[in-house]
Design a protein around this ligand. Structure first.
Ligand SMILES: [Fe+2]
Ligand SMILES: [Fe+2]
Length: 168
């Protein structure tokens, strides 16, 4: 009798590795969900002429970050995991709370850069954990990482402008 031995990450002997990856994916899922909340608030709150660009940019990002959360959720299921319920959520983005003054756009820009940096660090971790064992997760997260790097670069450009004028 022959048994199938090689089914990659979905095989029985990879259960432990799957658990590890599912846990990393769940953290990524919550990071995206919190980013959706933070970007939504910050796409509405800021006041002023120059805040408009930031607001519009963040309003666009909401959909992208939500799509990332959906990708992470689907991958959790494909790996035989369960997408966590809302009671398991705990907020971490202290740096993206509303500033004291809603004209403080620099506060928002720096908060976004910090959020994107956190995502970039965590997604690099997942890419390494998946290396050689879970190519599909790795490929998916590389795509998401690419978008986060783009987000961070865009907001670094916004910050540069404020720095050049001595406002940051
Ligand atoms: Fe994202
Ligand atoms: Fe992002």
């Amino acid at each position: 009798m022959t048994t199938r031995t090689s089914q990659g990450i979905l095989s029985e002997d990879k259960a432990e590795k799957r658990e590890e990856i599912i846990e990393l994916l769940a953290k990524a899922y919550w990071m995206e969900m919190e980013t959706v909340m933070s970007y939504l608030a910050n796409s509405v709150n800021p006041d002023g002429v120059r805040a408009q660009e930031i607001r519009e940019s963040l309003a666009e990002d909401i959909q992208e970050e939500l799509a990332h959360a959906q990708q992470f959720a689907n991958r959790i299921k494909e790996l035989y995991g369960v997408v966590p319920g809302s009671l398991e959520f705990s907020a971490e983005q202290t740096f993206l709370q509303p500033p004291d003054e809603q004209t403080d756009v620099v506060h928002v820009i720096k908060g976004v850069i910090e959020a994107e940096t956190g995502a970039i660090e965590h997604y690099n971790r997942i890419i390494e954990a998946a290396d050689g064992v879970d190519w599909v997760t790795q490929d998916m997260v590389i795509g998401i990482l690419h978008e986060e790097e783009g987000h961070r670069r865009l907001f670094e450009g916004f910050l540069r402008e404020y720095e050049a004028e001595g406002l940051a």
